[in-house]
Design a protein around this ligand. Structure first.
Ligand SMILES: Cc1cc2nc3c(=O)[nH]c(=O)nc-3n(C[C@H](O)[C@H](O)[C@H](O)COP(=O)(O)OP(=O)(O)OC[C@H]3O[C@@H](n4cnc5c(N)ncnc54)[C@H](O)[C@@H]3O)c2cc1C
Length: 279
C-alpha cells in the first residue's frame, strides 16, 4: 500500500520542530522512519505533515555529565552499538543492541524513535526501564524530564503528548558494583522478541540490591517484575515469583503458557548473569 498524501517540512532546530507540532496537531516527527513509514504505508496513521528532524545536530551526541550518560534522540542504533561511551557507561544497552532488528534497520533507526514508538516487544524501552533512566522532552513549555517508571503508559502509548519532542535519554553511569543482564528469545535473530528481559542491580558483598527486572514482549508495555526483584534481593529463586508479576496473553506468536515458560527460562539465565562480577 501507499501512504495517504502528506506534507513534508525539514525542522531546522528543536524549537522549530516544536513550533511545527503546535501548528499541526496531527503532525508526526520523522526520525529513522523504520517504524513510522510502515505505519503510513499501512494507513494506520495519516498525518497532514511529516516533520523531519534528521538535520538536528543537537540531538546526535552521546555525552557524560557526572553520573549521567545522555544519549541524543537521533543517535542511530548502529552508532550506539559502536560507541565506546555506551560500552563503558551503559553496558546494558551495548548488550541489547545486536538484538535489535538487522544492520540495515540499525543504520537508520534511532534511540529516540524506538523509545517514542514504545513497541512492547522492543529492547530499548525495557533497557531504559531496567536502568531507571529518564526521558528528556522539549515542548512549548520548555523542557522536562520523565522517569522511565512513569513514561510507558500503555500499548504504543507514552507520556509524550502531541506537541512533544523527545530530545534525549538520560541513564545513570555504570559503577564498579553495577551488574547487568540481558536475554531474549525471538523466532529468528533480529525479529522482535517473543519474550525478553533486561536487568540491572548493584552488588553489595554477596547480595544484590536495587534489582530492576524489565520484561518485554509479555504485556502492553515493558514491565517491572517486582516480586521477582524482591526474590533476587533475598537470595531466593525468582522464577516462582514471576507468577505474581506477569500475566501474558495468547496471541498469534505464542500462547500465554509458552510466554510464561520462556519468561522463566530467561529469568534463570539473567539471574546467573547478575550473579557474575562484570569483566
Ligand atoms: C523489519 C524491522 C524489524 C525491526 N525489529 C526491531 C527489533 O527487533 N527491536 C526493536 O526494538 N525495534 C525493531 N524495529 C524498529 C526499529 O528499531 C525502529 O527504528 C524504531 O522502532 C523506531 O525508530 P525510528 O528512528 O526509525 O523512528 P520513526 O520510525 O521515525 O518514528 C517512530 C515513531 O516515533 C516518533 N518519534 C521519532 N522520533 C521522535 C522524537 N525524537 N520525539 C518524539 N517522537 C518521535 C515518530 O513520530 C513515530 O511516531 C524493527 C523495524 C523493522 C522495519
Amino acid at each position: 500500500m501507499k501512504p495517504a498524501p502528506f506534507g513534508y517540512a525539514k525542522a531546522t532546530s528543536v524549537d522549530h520542530a516544536v513550533a511545527l507540532l503546535s501548528q499541526y496537531a496531527d503532525g508526526r516527527l520523522l526520525a529513522g522512519g523504520q517504524s513510522l513509514i510502515a505505519t503510513l504505508n499501512m494507513r494506520l496513521s495519516a498525518p497532514r505533515l511529516l516533520i523531519d528532524i534528521n538535520a538536528l545536530d543537537e540531538l546526535k551526541s552521546i555525552s557524560r555529565d557526572g553520573d549521567t550518560l545522555s544519549i541524543g534522540a537521533l543517535v542511530r542504533h548502529a552508532e550506539a552499538e559502536r560507541s565506546d561511551e555506551i560500552a563503558r557507561h551503559a553496558p546494558l544497552i551495548a548488550l541489547a543492541m545486536p538484538h535489535i532488528a538487522h544492520p540495515a534497520i540499525r543504520n537508520r533507526g534511532t534511540i529516540g524513535g524506538s523509545i517514542a514508538f514504545a513497541d512492547p516487544a522492543a529492547e530499548l524501552p525495557a533497557c531504559l526501564l531496567a536502568l531507571g533512566g529518564e526521558v528528556e522532552i522539549a515542548n512549548t513549555g520548555g523542557t522536562l524530564r520523565v522517569g522511565a517508571d512513569d513514561f510507558f503508559k500503555g500499548l504504543f502509548e507514552t507520556a509524550l503528548g502531541p506537541g512533544d519532542v523527545l530530545t534525549a535519554v538520560r541513564i545513570p553511569v555504570a559503577r564498579a558494583e553495577s551488574r547487568f543482564g540481558f536475554a531474549e528469545l525471538a523466532r529468528r535473530h533480529g525479529d522482535y522478541a517473543l519474550v525478553g528481559l533486561a536487568a540491572a542491580a548493584r552488588a553489595d558483598g554477596k547480595a544484590l540490591r536495587d534489582v530492576r527486572l524489565a520484561f518485554f514482549g509479555v504485556g502492553a508495555t515493558p514491565l517491572r517484575a517486582r516480586s521477582a526483584e524482591a526474590a533476587v534481593e533475598r537470595g531466593e529463586d525468582p522464577v516462582a515469583a514471576l507468577a505474581h508479576d506477569l500475566a501474558p496473553q495468547d496471541d498469534v506468536q505464542a500462547s500465554a503458557a509458552t510466554r510464561r515458560h520462556l519468561a522463566g527460562v530467561l529469568m534463570q539465565r539473567v539471574a546467573m548473569q547478575l550473579a557474575e562480577p562484570r569483566r
